[in-house]
Write a protein that binds this ligand. Sequence first.
Ligand code: F0G
Length: 452
Amino acid sequence: MANEAIKADTSVSQLRCIGCGRVALPDRFRCEHCRDLLEIVFPGWAEQGPAGLNAEDLKQLWAGRQSSFDPADRSGVWRFREILPEITKQKVITIKEGNTPVYELPRCARSAGVEELFAKHQGMNRSGSFKDTGMTVAASFARLAGYRWVACASTGNTSASMAAYAARGGLHSLVLIPEGKISWSKLSQSLDYGAITCQLKTDFDGCVRVLNEVVQRMPVYLLNSVNPYRVEGQKTVAFELLEQLGWEPPEHIIVPGGNLANSSAIGKAMREMKQLGFISRLPKISVIQAEGANPLVRSIRENGGEKLIPVHAETMATAIRIGNPASWKKALRVIRESEGTVEQVSEIEIAIAKAEIGAEGIGCEPASAVTLAGLKKLVTQGFVKPHESVVLILTGHALKDADFTLKFHRGDLFAGTPLESESEILKGQQRAPLVLEPNVDAVIDLLRSAEG
Ligand code: F0G
């Protein structure tokens, strides 16, 4: 069945190869001629705009939907359905994803050396990460196409999200995760939502290799981020962000880089918004990787992005522990056309940045904190100027990796690692839980000493 083409309405959107430009069948992931990735294009937009509407009409239509109670309008993804592939309403699986807040981060701004800093917090999605925005579209497409099984390899967030959508949509789901390399809270989510969850004795890249074979041989729909429908859903984040900013693009958007689909999706959205007349210039989109999981940074620095240099990935920011990112070409295109850049940050820098975002009362998971750590470097280098507007994309909720946070505050995060002595500089930010007798005076003494 995986080899049978499904019939879909191609009058609105088409799948096209990013390499040779050939049109592909709607449920494929790679071009059958050159094996490059596919992306969704909307041939009708050039003539008459999405659904025959111009940018001003669309802005009004989308704003109006915010006061509607229709489930599609309540979703922060389907509210923007004119810029998505068409999916029959009855097939849509939604858990009211999107609609995530933009927060101002004044203390992080000071720490990074910029006047104003905002975070678009995608961790405030229903399953706790940005994955929901893409998953609602791709899981709905799986249902439309008649698949009974969906599957993904994951560092934990994709699997949590996929399991949730599969459960809501009456689909079976298969999760492949690297054994011992993802956070327990993410693992617990896929169990809770009923996925068949396999821990493979390999890393994320190994899980991807196995799954790619499985989906060739079984009628299972792949929901990894090479899935072009996921990219479409993730595009809406950028539309929502621009709406929240009064359709005035920031100078910079900073995104964590793992498999590199999120930066690709945000860049695709910006490109489309410019083509459609929503905005007149592109924000610079920069991608930050962990030093130990830096294939894009290395490839750009060592060969100008000519070819990917896969690495053996190692970082405590387990969500982005990825050495062979599938969407690197798409991300590279986004960085180039938006005149953004790439940077890498150390484990200690990630831990500091995560604590700073937490201390704003917001919090995020370690992979998201690379954005603030990276911003600091970009300001130091002069790539980001202090007066320029910057939006960090925070991708996962603080509770996604509570273990990391507890270890940080207890001072255990780097214990027994080569970074142990360097991690002394974290002391000022650590607030280990205190154990006291149940005694009023003891608590009051503590309060006084904390005030003084
Ligand atoms: N931040 C978080 C919290 C993530 O979970 C991921 C990726 C990324 C950033 C990187 O995004 O891959 O689009 O560049 N997590 C995937 C997963 C790989 O399986 O959950 P990307």
